[in-house]
Design a protein around this ligand. Structure first.
Ligand code: C2E
Ligand code: MG
Ligand code: MG
Ligand code: MG
Length: 279
């Protein structure tokens, strides 16, 4: 699953942690019990409009705190869960929890949930999405599912058809970590993504004025505009990055500059301050 096998300049700088065999085994055993033991929770990171920094939604990010091992990064345990075929039940729990928490937010705030490629290829996936919506009462247009280019890499896998069913339900789709995978651009015209998320590596490069990053961000924004999709810049940490990304025409921003991932109760405090300041 290594993203940087191509050896090009633009491999993902995101930590793709590869656990050693023994560590993987320990993680796998603990993962099997993590949900029932209540060790998992979701954090939510704000996504804001680049124009005026107003809140447009939150991305749900899974957090696991093991009593002895401490906090384990999803960059590490999600890969283990995928390999151990544990991602389906974990992903279902994430969907259900995100929908249940988001239904209590203001009605114009969306929640984005990451869906791993393995999950999407599970035959029960669409059913579990429908059941998360109906149990929570969250309207489908307030749910966004984030997938990566890797869903398109398995030819004949039916991924395009599954994504079509998701779109038919009225759910939004976004393409995560764009530019770090190896998919054919043809898929972009066959699946109606609402949003392309520009990987943090390009955001950082553009802010450093690296010509290749600038060219890539410009190209992604132009392509998204002409395909009627919007763009979100991932991992904006500094004012310089924000200004550059805004100048390049990116519509939405996500990053530490505008908010770190926070628990549901903190997110809800944010709504009440926003409401107060608007009043
Ligand atoms: P992602 O979907 O690309 O999520 C964005 C990651 O960037 C998150 O890392 C977030 O905390 C981090 N981030 C946001 N703003 C900044 C910033 O300004 N600077 C830096 N350095 N990082 C920033 P996190 O939470 O560790 O998640 C890592 C990855 O794990 C996610 O990448 C996603 O691929 C996966 N993941 C997280 N939650 C889930 C989940 O519920 N299901 C699945 N299948 N995957 C998940
Ligand atoms: Mg994501
Ligand atoms: Mg991402
Ligand atoms: Mg990313």
């Amino acid at each position: 699953r290594s993203k940087d096998a191509g050896g090009g300049h633009y491999h993902a700088y995101e930590p793709q942690l590869h656990a050693h065999a023994e560590e993987r085994r320990v993680i796998e055993i603990a993962l099997r019990k993590a949900i029932e033991k209540g060790e998992m929770h979701l954090c939510y990171q704000p996504v804001v409009s680049a124009e005026d920094a107003s809140l447009t939604g939150f991305e749900a990010l899974l957090r696991w705190t093991h009593p002895e091992m401490g906090v384990i990064s999803p960059a590490k345990f999600v890969a283990v869960a995928e390999e151990a075929r544990l991602i389906a039940p974990i992903g279902e729990w994430v969907l259900r929890t995100a929908c249940e928490e988001a239904v209590r937010w203001p009605s114009d705030v969306r929640v984005a949930v990451n869906v791993s490629t393995e999950q999407l290829h599970d035959s029960n996936f669409v059913t579990s999405v429908i059941s998360a919506l109906s149990h929570s009462g969250l309207p489908p247009h307030r749910l966004e599912l984030e997938v990566t280019e890797s869903v398109f890499m398995r030819e004949g896998s039916g991924a395009v058809a599954v994504l079509g069913q998701i779109l038919d339900l009225g759910i939004h789709l976004s393409l995560d970590d764009f530019g770090t995978g190896y998919s054919s651009l043809g898929y972009l015209s066959r699946t109606r993504f609402s949003t392309i998320k520009i990987d943090r590596s390009f955001v950082q490069g553009a802010a450093r004025n690296a010509p290749e990053s600038l060219a890539i961000v410009r190209a992604i924004v132009a392509m998204a505009d002409s395909l009627n999709m919007t763009t979100t810049a991932e991992g904006v940490e500094t004012e310089e990055e924000y200004l550059m990304i805004r100048r390049l025409g990116c519509r939405k921003i996500q990053g530490y500059l505008f908010g770190r991932p926070m628990v549901d109760t903190e997110a809800r405090k944010l709504f009440s301050t926003l409401t107060r300041s608007a009043a």
